[in-house]
Design a protein around this ligand. Structure first.
Ligand SMILES: C[C@H](O)[C@H](C)C(=O)SCCNC(=O)CCNC(=O)[C@H](O)C(C)(C)COP(=O)([O-])OP(=O)([O-])OC[C@H]1O[C@@H](n2cnc3c(N)ncnc32)[C@H](O)[C@@H]1OP(=O)([O-])[O-]
Length: 688
């Protein structure tokens, strides 16, 4: 856990050994503490170098130990830091890879720090619901005074030579506790401004706010008082629900890499195909973003668009986004895809068009080409049936903007081969995506859960709410955008087109169909009525809100909407009633959660962690709330069940409010913790 050797006669070299990131678990802390004591007591040792194994210094405290009392054995981190800082022999940190969180604190407890030019240092704990919170590359760290030297050569060798050069030199002014924080003019105004900005952006997250309090303490209090304040503040966060949710999220983000399929195929039993060339078919907004994402991942990409003007515009936009980098060629001829390893289709969301394209691609592309569709909801297997090799057809559902949004849903149909899934998942990782393998059903996972969410929001409007009330409740919960601001951004016409395709609205609706009922269930035509009036949202300058021009971003309340809703309620004999934020949250969030349980029970998602990763990285669910499934566990499954039963009783014609069978089974079995839920799933598949 901490290797000890002596080098050049007088330098003790201590190397942290805890792959993959040298996290400071109990055994590592113990090893470090003993090694420092050994170096201090060895008369031949005159200096110490601290390094990490495998070109990595240290990724911080071991997050897996958080909340696990038994792991608090051995010396605490602060005890290791104090032993190093008070050492009478110089301790030099050799930082390669990264020094993050407790890893950087460990380096700061040393008297000197040597960093490799490519190393990153920072305090990212705020992402875990703790604090402080940022990372910088070595050059900037040198300017900030965090590093004393930066090298392009072997960092450990440089540190060993440096240690030798400072042997016997006075250390008091090198001890962090003796180095006062440089004075800051108008300190109060600075921190008041910082706190105001953090509170407005934190959206209910407590760690960023506490971060400012801790930094203020560090800047204004004596060192040890500042450390005491930090200890108190960290204590308030460590076991808070938000810190636990953020730490859960950290692992949920990585859980997708250990994917599995109902057939039993898994991430560690399948070989991915080799992919170095790709074609993107369809160069609208999504196709352009996908082209950029693939090119940035190092693939040679041919971007194909049959409409010349669209092709020319796409070439301009993609070249600008890539800043001239990337290997991208352009063509209006589908034959350009003949020799590629992978095709990603991103044409208009129309099944007939996609079927025709897959038939063509199947006849043009070389055998073994992976055919991926970016469809957001259509049946993968129906597209596979149009090809000669259905086992090589998968969904790669990107999220707009495709070159920035981290989520990638990799959708497998019943005929998709494990190799095809492994290939898409590996490509997702190469693109820096949070990739999650999911089953094939309308909406897959994310959009399937979005549907009841939107439905509840529309129903709340019918019953007396306003877009402002609903959005304020959801944004106070932590969403970057409430559901109405979000649909104004994405475009109300997107959902309208899908509902027309599903025959829920438009000319295909049978005559005499009640306005607010479809297939015997409650239906809200509000979104359709808005689109019929050209109110698509930001793109048309008006939607649920008013914008100063088409494409405008600043939402303002629209008096027209208030009158429209009042007239709509009168026309449909609806009586507006007061609606409170708690009801908005429960009906919107419980509807999402309930669908999540159905998705788990249907085997469409392999775990609640996968669902939470999808909702956090694709739909803006706040990290400090963990994800819809984690949040359900925090609220209490019995309470969620009670809420759904109450709302379903009040709205019996809304199937999405009927509690899912899995939720009922979990509550009946005593509401087990989230990592045990899979055992209650009908077609449970081992995640071991
Ligand atoms: C006292 C102090 O005040 C406080 C209290 C703290 O110090 S709190 C802790 C502060 N430290 C952090 O916030 C850093 C968190 N980690 C990261 O940012 C990244 O991991 C990375 C370090 C930049 C590497 O990225 P990567 O892309 O090369 O690999 P990976 O895929 O992300 O991770 C590779 C594997 O390592 C695991 N892992 C990473 N960091 C870990 C950590 N700190 N503890 C435990 N496991 C960790 C991760 O789950 C994955 O496991 P598996 O999935 O393979 O089983």
């Amino acid at each position: 856990m901490a290797q000890y050797t002596t080098v050049n006669g007088s330098v003790a070299l201590i190397t942290i050994q805890n792959p993959p990131v040298n996290a400071l678990r109990a055994a590592v802390r113990e090893g470090l503490f003993n090694a420092i004591q050994k170096a201090s007591s060895d008369p031949l040792v005159r200096s110490v170098v601290l390094s990490g194994q495998n070109g990595t210094f240290c990724g911080g405290a071991d997050i897996k130990e958080f909340g696990n009392v038994s792991s608090m054995s051995g010396p605490l981190l602060v005890e290791v830091f104090a032993l190093m800082e008070t050492s009478m022999k110089p301790v030099v940190a050799a930082i390669e890879g990264f020094a993050l969180g407790g890893g950087l604190e460990l380096a700061l407890a040393c008297h000197y720090r040597i960093g490799h030019s490519k190393a990153r240092v920072g305090l990212p704990e705020v992402n875990l619901g703790l604090f402080p919170g940022r990372q910088v590359i070595a050059g900037e760290a040198l300017k900030l005074g965090l590093l004393d030297r930066v090298t392009d050569h072997n960092t450990v060798d440089t540190a060993l030579a440096f240690a030798k050069s400072v042997e016997g030199k006075p250390l008091d002014n090198r001890r962090l506790g003796n180095r006062p924080c440089p004075p800051l003019e108008n300190m109060d105004a600075f921190f008041e401004e910082a706190m105001k900005r953090v509170r407005s952006r934190a959206r209910g997250a407590s760690a960023p706010v506490v971060c400012v309090q801790a930094v203020r303490g560090a800047a204004t209090l004596p060192f040890h008082k500042g450390m005491e304040l930090e200890k108190v503040l960290l204590g308030t966060l460590f076991n808070s629900g938000q810190a636990q949710a953020s730490q859960y999220c950290f692992f949920a983000e990585r859980a997708g890499a250990r994917w599995s399929m109902p057939s039993g195929a898994r991430w560690d039993t399948c070989r991915a195909l080799s992919i170095s060339t790709a074609a993107v078919i369809g160069l609208g907004t999504m196709g352009r973003g996908i082209t950029v994402a693939l090119a940035r991942a190092g693939l040679s990409v041919v971007a194909v668009e049959t409409q010349e003007h669209q092709l020319a515009e796409a070439q301009r936009v993609v070249s600008h986004m890539l800043k001239g980098g990337g290997q991208v060629s352009y063509s209006s001829d589908l034959q350009a895809a003949a020799e590629v390893d992978l095709v990603v289709e991103a044409v208009f969301e129309d099944m007939a068009l996609k079927e025709k394209l897959f038939k063509l691609l199947s006849s043009i592309c070389k055998p073994g080409t992976l055919l991926a569709t970016n469809t957001s909801t259509l049946d993968i297997d129906r597209l596979a049936s149009c090809t000669r090799d259905p086992q090589l057809v998968v969904g790669m559902h990107f999220f707009a903007p495709a070159h920035m949004m981290r989520l990638l849903e990799v959708v497998y149909g019943p005929r998709s081969s494990p190799e095809a899934v492994a290939t898409a998942m590996q490509l997702g990782k190469r693109m820096g995506k949070v990739s999650v393998a999911v089953g094939n059903c309308p909406g897959f996972v994310g959009n399937r859960m979005l549907k009841p969410y939107l439905e509840q929001a529309y129903f709340l409007l019918e019953e007396g709410a306003t877009p402002e009330l609903v959005d304020a409740a959801l944004e106070e919960f932590g969403f970057p955008m409430g559901v109405f601001r979000m649909t104004d951004l994405s475009g109300l016409d997107v959902g309208w087109r899908i509902r027309k395709e599903e025959g829920l609205t438009g000319p295909d609706v049978p005559a005499g169909q009640p306005t607010r009922s479809r297939h015997g269930h409650r239906y809200s035509p509000l979104g359709d009525l808005m689109c019929e009036r050209g109110r698509y949202g930001q793109k048309s300058g008006r939607g649920w809100y008013l914008y100063d021009k088409p494409g405008g971003r600043v939402a303002r309340s629209d008096p027209w909407l208030r009158n429209f809703l009042e007239e709509y309620r009168v026309r449909n004999a609806l009586v507006a009633r007061p609606i409170h934020r708690q009801e908005v949250l429960e009906r919107c969030l419980y509807a999402i959660i309930n669908e999540g349980f159905r998705i788990l029970d249907d085997g469409i998602a392999a775990s609640p962690q996968n669902i939470d990763a999808i909702y956090v990285f694709g739909y803006g669910w706040p990290k400090h709330r963990g994800g819809p499934m984690f949040y359900a566990g925090q609220v209490g499954l019995a309470r969620v069940l009670e809420g759904l039963e109450r709302y379903h009783l009040a709205h019996p014609d809304v199937p999405h409010l009927e509690p899912s069978s899995l939720l009922r089974r979990l509550v009946a079995s005593g509401s087990p913790p989230i990592h045990k839920w899979n055992q209650m799933v009908k077609g449970h598949r081992s995640q071991l």
